[in-house]
Design a protein around this ligand. Structure first.
Ligand code: B12
Ligand code: SF4
Ligand code: SF4
Length: 255
């Protein structure tokens, strides 16, 4: 089943590539046990109301997590300038749609095999004042071993951090993926790099602080400029594009 789920995620994304402008690299997939004690820690780290896998599905056994990496063309488009590129914004819309459709497809497949599955939308599931979600996709993906956190607060995977994360909770039991034993972010590993903080165009991200309200304000400014596109496109991503961890592990192959 593990291989089947990986294959479905890869094939669905490849097929979807043909009907979009964005196009993605091959997705990465990792599984966490729904009973992993790190989920309970999210009530201290994120918020006391953070949901547990069993809140969505009482019989939950596994959290399926995946990362859909952007193509280089999308990353390159957002490297320069103050405002988010249109290509990056379109990638945001199309990847959210891909994740929603892929989650439904996986859910149907699991239901067809006699299992249950529930999922949380990839975006806009957060409190507009606290800027907190009760289901942190990147924390679930970290617990599943998909990557480690960067100074830019993104989850860095073996295909970098430019891309989006989807998660699905199921009662199918799958073997948990081993977590990385090293920090993938150079700053987290040895205090070097810090390129993302220098790239932040709104002084929201610094080495010792992240002002998420400031970040959100710029995302909303971009949304205003991109309002001819179909939905609210609160994007920016300047601290992700054109940095050593954009599309690969920054330290190279020695991890
Ligand atoms: C609210 C939100 C925002 C807010 C607030 C951001 C923030 N950092 O808190 C605003 C609007 C500002 C925002 C901006 C952006 N966002 Co946003 N956002 C979200 C959302 C909806 C919820 C995040 C949340 O609850 N944050 C609260 C904090 C406390 O939790 P967290 O950041 O998820 O996780 C942290 C802790 O768990 C912690 N942690 C620390 N120690 C430990 C130890 C353990 C054991 C664990 C488990 C966790 C942990 O580290 C994590 C990262 O700092 C998620 C989708 C989702 N539901 O998860 C997307 C999401 C985080 N956003 C994403 C992206 C891409 C962006 C932008 C680049 C915008 C864009 N698309 O152009 C910017 C980047 C800003 C930045 N540098 O962080 C992606 C991240 C992809 C990735 N590779 O990690 C997500 C996951 C959406 C998705 N489905 O892919 N975002
Ligand atoms: S740019 Fe450098 S410091 Fe920032 S997250 Fe990437 S590796 Fe870490
Ligand atoms: S998303 Fe934009 S405003 Fe937010 S931290 Fe990154 S560069 Fe700064």
């Amino acid at each position: 089943m593990e291989q089947l789920i990986r294959k479905i995620i890869e094939e669905f994304t490849t097929a979807y590539n043909h009907s979009t402008d964005t196009g993605w690299e091959k997705p990465l997939v990792a599984f966490a046990s729904a009973n992993d004690p790190l989920f309970a820690r999210l009530r201290e780290l994120v918020s006391p109301t953070h949901e547990m896998p069993h809140d969505f599905l009482p019989e939950a056994r596994t959290v399926i997590t995946y990362f859909v990496p952007f193509k280089n063309r999308v990353i390159e488009s957002n490297k320069k300038g103050y405002f988010s590129s249109r290509t990056w914004a379109v990638a945001y819309i199309e990847t959210n749609k891909l994740i929603a459709d892929l989650n439904r497809h996986l859910q149907d497949m699991l239901l067809g095999q006699g299992y249950r599955a529930v999922f949380v939308p990839a975006v806009h599931n957060f409190n507009q004042e606290t800027l907190l979600s009760d289901w942190s996709h990147r924390s679930a993906a970290y617990i599943a071993g998909l990557g480690t956190f960067g100074l830019n607060r993104m989850l860095i995977t073996v295909k970098g951090c430019c891309g989006r994360i989807g998660t699905l909770i199921t009662d199918l039991e799958l073997p948990p993926t081993p977590r990385f034993q090293k920090e993938l972010c150079l700053y987290m590993a040895d205090g070097s790099c810090g390129r993302c903080a220098k790239k932040c165009v709104n002084q929201a991200l610094r080495e010792n602080n992240f002002d998420k309200q400031k970040c959100y304000n710029l995302c909303l400014e971009n949304a205003e400029r991109l309002k001819d596109l179909e939905s609210i496109i609160d994007v920016c991503g300047k601290c992700l594009a054109g940095v050593p961890c954009s599309a690969k592990i920054p330290a190279g192959e020695n991890i």
